[in-house]
Design a protein around this ligand. Sequence first.
Ligand SMILES: [Zn+2]
Length: 90
Amino acid sequence: MVKLTNKEHEKGEVDKIKIQTEFINEHNRIMKKLDEQFIHGVTYEYVTARDEKVCQMCLPLDGNMTKSSDVDFAIPPLHANCRCRLIVMI
Ligand SMILES: [Zn+2]
């Protein structure tokens, strides 16, 4: 096992956060594309990671429902290291 210095370890954390945020971005981009092309007008639910690390910005949004046509709806990630996602309610 490779031992990391503090700086390398910090960089690993930053990379992990970037990858996680990009994954959520991509997930939500695909969800929006699906909505536009196939399942227009569906309802989304905002879902947090539902653990003790959920931040105060995201916590009140958990379980919120919206139609895709609602332009004011919060689309995650709302911040770096946000683990929230939208799911389609069928
Ligand atoms: Zn979040």
